[in-house]
Design a protein around this ligand. Structure first.
Ligand SMILES: *Cc1c(COP(=O)(O)O)cnc(C)c1O
Length: 487
């Protein structure tokens, strides 16, 4: 077992996990062999790619195996001990354990393990905040109209019925998430929204500007958290701002929950003691199954607990079981070693870029992600993403603040360290990754399309993609994914 592996992730479990998967694939094969093939191929592809997508990770075989059971067959709408369906005693056990592990891991007063994803967790949280804080008679009238048929005037009327509630969140182009009040998202429709950004010169969050905006706008909800901001946030300061204007502080820690769980973010950087409501995914840096969680103070707990069926469909009991296993893993001391390595490795990657003169948003990182400004290579994010993929490096393009190429082509590439850290990569390997990325981008040129300059087309100098692919394969071979697992 490497220093960064979790219980259930190490080579000593490989023989047992191999038997389990071989048997499972034989069963699947007997019904639909093409699915068995695709499943085998997906493992091979994941093993062979240098995965730097900041929102992805590799859950342990224990977590993955937990999802493949008959808990999937059970309906269990409602809450622990109060279900709309009969015979939910084992689901109760599962949900109670997932919630208990979440409460104890994060030090939260209350945890809700049902959300199917991060976005669902945010919707549960928004509805719970409205239900707790706002009297809204007559809300159901608009329910007669299909939501896609609501006009701007209908939305206006819906917002009026909810008392014209306001939400202040981080803008998408400075690293916020679309559910933080982005205008076309439901969060930007059900609330009057305003967005805060980062300092245009430094790229850092400007707390004075957030406070000024909050004083002027007086939101019901102040949302903190991000998907593409490479720095830590001071949640004690965000709570001060919320308190000053009487707002509820909601923190969406979907991206960095693993750093909170692993005690890399403590004190003012730990959202749980400061926020009224915290939401998260479980599959990003937390390294669990795909899903979401809501943590809340006692005040919001009763409304959050009504998430299903108010906002969510029936709970995915098999996934809640896997959440419980993943959270149990995250409570082991090894997870702290892992989380620290995630932060150290992101730092090594950023240092590797800086020493090779590549431009970074904010000049570096102190969390798990790095945002490379590829205009320093004369490329768009779209061109850089495709060229890197040709060389076996999997990333995603991402807008940078005030992006000159817009949200589709973009000017940035987002890198994250959680997945490769799970494979056992250390600082030297991440420095080598920076080297390979820079080699590809330095040897990539924008190319013209049929109608002149293109933001999508590019050419890579001969031999570079193959050379980098081979170098990446060496790194991957030295740090195998699910070592010893054979299908
Ligand atoms: C990824 C992410 C989400 C959405 O998670 P899903 O599970 O894909 O719904 C929500 N908020 C933030 C900040 C995220 O990064």
């Amino acid at each position: 077992m490497t220093a960064t592996s979790a219980p259930g992730q190490g080579a000593e479990y490989a023989a047992t996990a191999s038997e389990a998967y071989q048997a499972a694939l034989r069963v699947i094969e007997s019904v639909e062999p093409r699915i068995a093939d695709a499943t085998r191929k997906e493992l091979a592809d994941q093993r062979d790619s240098l995965k730097l997508i900041a929102s992805e990770n590799y859950a342990s075989p224990a977590v993955l195996l937990t999802m493949g059971t008959w808990f999937s067959d059970k309906y269990a709408e409602g809450t622990i001990g109060h279900r709309f369906y009969a015979a939910c005693q084992n689901v109760d056990t599962v949900e109670a354990l997932a919630a208990e592990h979440a409460r104890e891991l994060f030090g939260a007063q209350y945890a809700y393990a049902q959300p199917h994803s991060g976005i669902d967790a945010n919707l549960v949280a928004y509805w719970a905040i409205l239900a707790t804080k706002v009297e809204a008679p007559g809300l159901t009238e608009l329910g007669a109209k299909h939501v896609n048929d609501l006009s701007e005037a209908d939305w206006e009327s819906l917002r009026a019925k909810m008392g014209n509630q306001r939400l202040l969140g981080m803008s998408l182009d400075t690293g916020g998430h679309l559910t933080h009040g982005f205008r076309p998202n439901i969060s930007g429709k059900m609330f009057h929204q305003r967005q805060y950004g980062t300092d245009p010169t430094t790229g850092f969050l400007d707390y004075d500007a957030v406070a000024a905006s909050a004083r002027e706008f007086k939101p019901l909800v102040l949302v903190a958290g991000y998907s593409a901001y490479p720095r830590r946030v001071n949640f004690a300061k965000m709570r001060e701002i919320a308190d000053e204007v009487g707002a509820v502080l909601m923190v969406d820690m979907a991206h960095f929950a693993g750093l909170v769980a692993g005690k890399v973010f403590t004190g003012d950087e730990d959202p749980v003691p400061h926020a009224h409501v915290v939401t998260t995914t479980t599959h990003k840096s937390l390294r669990g199954p795909r899903g979401g969680l809501v943590l809340a103070t006692e005040e919001f707990a009763p409304a959050v607990d009504k998430g299903c069926p108010m906002v969510l469909g029936g709970p995915l009991s098999h996934v809640m079981a896997a959440k419980a296993v993943a959270l149990a893993e995250a409570r082991q001391p090894e997870f702290r070693t892992y989380a620290q390595a995630v932060a150290d490795n992101a730092q090594a990657l950023a240092d590797g870029f800086v020493k090779r003169d590549a431009g970074l948003v904010t000049g570096g990182t102190d969390n798990h992600l790095v945002l490379l400004d590829v205009t320093s290579f004369g490329l768009t994010g779209r061109q850089a993403e495709s060229a890197l993929l040709d060389a076996g490096i999997v990333t995603n393009r991402n807008a940078i603040p005030a992006d000159p190429n817009g949200a589709w082509y973009t000017s940035g590439i987002r890198f994250g360290s959680p997945a490769l850290t799970t494979r056992g990569f250390g600082a030297d390997e991440f420095d080598r990754v920076a080297d390979l990325v820079v080699e590809v981008l330095e040897n990539t040129q924008p190319a013209a399309g049929p109608n002149g300059p293109s933001k999508a087309k590019y050419t890579i100098a001969d031999g570079v993609a193959a050379r980098v692919h081979a170098a990446a394969a060496e790194l991957l071979d030295a740090n195998p994914l699910y070592p010893g697992l054979t299908l």
